[in-house]
Ligand binder design. Structure first.
Ligand code: SF4
Length: 468
């Protein structure tokens, strides 16, 4: 086991993935090598998730496994949201942890590794400063995570929303936006390294720039990304639905995740409707659809606004694909409130819906409400909503059969090219399974031939053109 080697496990959301990749970059830059096999690495790092119960359990399980299999000379560092939230408690629960690093200071990983390796003290090294360093570019680690031709770019971190069930503001602190120039710089670097799709992420992307004195910061950022970075190749293909340029390389797709209801402005809708690189795709977690439940959740509860905005978006943004998320079993949720949610999902027919059962989180403002909805009722409501959406998703997918979609090819297996269309965000949405071989990293037109609940099948429109 060579001294300057590390093995990093990344848990949780895409924002954590970005932090993990940025920590890895800083270690590589400091002369370390990344090892896939933990037994071959001198430094073990787990970037944990501390959001809800099941995620915390997984973080403790992974830490425990690595701690128990630790070899002489190896050190184990627990980083991320679980440590930021519970600090010392994590080291008490899992013996064998040598260092604790909070999510707000992931950029101090090299320093913490050095301190931990130098330390002769049996007690773990704690590095949990409250200060988050998101805005300033003190650390020129790219705040991105690249997977093939697609990359997440973190535009801000932290959140200032009051959602009663959510622990993220406790963990990450308030929302801090990154400078526009830093994001443009990263986007250029990614474009030049062959990335075709940029996925903009934050806890709340629609709050981007508020702390930089910007109004409509997200719309402005998208305009500048289109004007100053994205490839404006002359080969847009009008035949395939779901615009987004299909140029000969360059940055073609810009996708927006985690929009907060109430902050999807007319200017943002306008940019999504007119800028060809900005995909007609929006992820906007609504969490519920009954005003009383939303009010108890401390979420925007004006359902008239929700209907009006969804209507305006569908009328303005051609081929719009919408994803949202709901929580069932929130304290006080009555049958009538759940039925209102069920009817709303049936009526709106979202392309994609993620559903979660309420998870009691100590320290959140909903904690005093406890967790009164029985687990069996939560599960029954969860299954009913998932079943409803599965049928809707299948019907919506069936409406694409016979049409042509541009597909970003991400893999090839068993004679099938695997990719995503503009309707599919990485890791959470469906895929398009394409007959024939297309070049990985290319965006190619695909005629849809079949539909499943979440995925589509298709055939290459121009199989001969594909140069491997
Ligand atoms: S918007 Fe609400 S749910 Fe989302 S991260 Fe912020 S507080 Fe949590």
């Amino acid at each position: 086991m060579s001294k300057n080697t590390f093995h990093l496990v990344s848990l949780g959301c895409a924002k954590n993935t970005v932090d993990s990749d940025s920590m890895a970059q800083l270690l590589l830059r400091d002369g370390y090598r990344s090892m896939d096999d933990p037994s071959k690495a001198a430094v073990l790092i787990v970037n944990t998730c501390g959001f809800i119960g099941p995620a915390k359990e997984e973080s403790y399980r992974v830490l425990d496994e690595l701690a128990k299999s630790k070899l002489d000379g190896q050190v184990l560092i627990a980083a991320g949201c679980l440590t930021q939230r519970y600090g010392v408690e994590v080291a008490k629960k899992v013996s064998g942890i040598d260092g604790i690093l909070g999510t707000r200071r992931w950029m101090d990983i090299v320093q913490v590794v050095k301190e931990v390796r130098k330390s002769k003290h049996p007690e773990p090294i704690y590095h949990l400063p409250e200060t988050a360093t998101v805005g300033t570019d003190e650390y020129d680690a790219l705040r991105v995570s690249v997977a093939g031709a697609s990359a997440y770019i973190k535009v801000a971190d932290g959140c200032r929303r009051p959602c009663a069930f959510c622990a993220i503001p406790l963990i990450k602190g308030t929302a801090v936006s990154r400078p526009v120039e830093a994001i443009l710089h990263e986007a250029r670097t990614l474009r030049d390294s062959g990335v075709r799709e940029l996925v903009l992420i934050a806890q709340d992307t629609t709050d981007y720039g508020h702390d930089l004195g910007m109004k409509d910061g997200l719309a402005i950022l998208l305009e500048r990304l289109c004007d100053e970075v994205a490839d404006i190749s002359p080969h847009p293909n009008p035949s395939s639905i779901g615009k987004g340029a299909r140029g000969e390389g360059g940055l073609d797709w810009i996708r927006v995740m985690y929009a907060y209801p109430g902050y999807v402005t007319d200017r943002l809708i306008e940019v999504m409707a007119t800028r060809k690189q900005v995909l007609p795709y929006l992820d906007m977690p609504l969490q519920h659809a009954h005003p009383k439940t939303l009010y108890r959740m401390k979420r925007p509860s004006n359902m008239d606004w929700v209907y009006k905005t969804l209507g305006k978006m569908r009328a303005t943004v051609k081929d719009l694909s919408m994803r949202t998320t709901f929580i069932v079993g929130y304290p006080g949720e009555t049958d009538e409130e759940f039925q209102a949610l069920y009817d709303f999902v049936q009526e709106i027919r979202f392309d994609r819906v993620g559903t979660f059962q309420f998870s009691f989180e100590p320290g959140t403002t909903s904690a005093p409400l406890g967790d009164p909805v029985p687990a069996s009722v939560k599960l029954e409501r969860f299954e009913r909503l998932m079943e409803l959406q599965q049928n809707i998703s299948l019907q919506v997918n069936q409406s694409y059969v016979g049409k042509t979609l541009d597909v970003l090819i991400e893999g090839f297996d068993n004679g099938i090219s695997i990719g995503r269309s503009y309707r599919d965000a990485p890791e959470i949405d469906g895929m398009v399974l394409v007959e024939g071989r297309a070049k990985v990293g290319e965006i190619v037109p695909v005629r849809i031939t079949g539909a499943m609940a979440y995925d589509l099948t298709g055939a290459l429109v121009e199989p001969t053109l594909i140069k491997l």
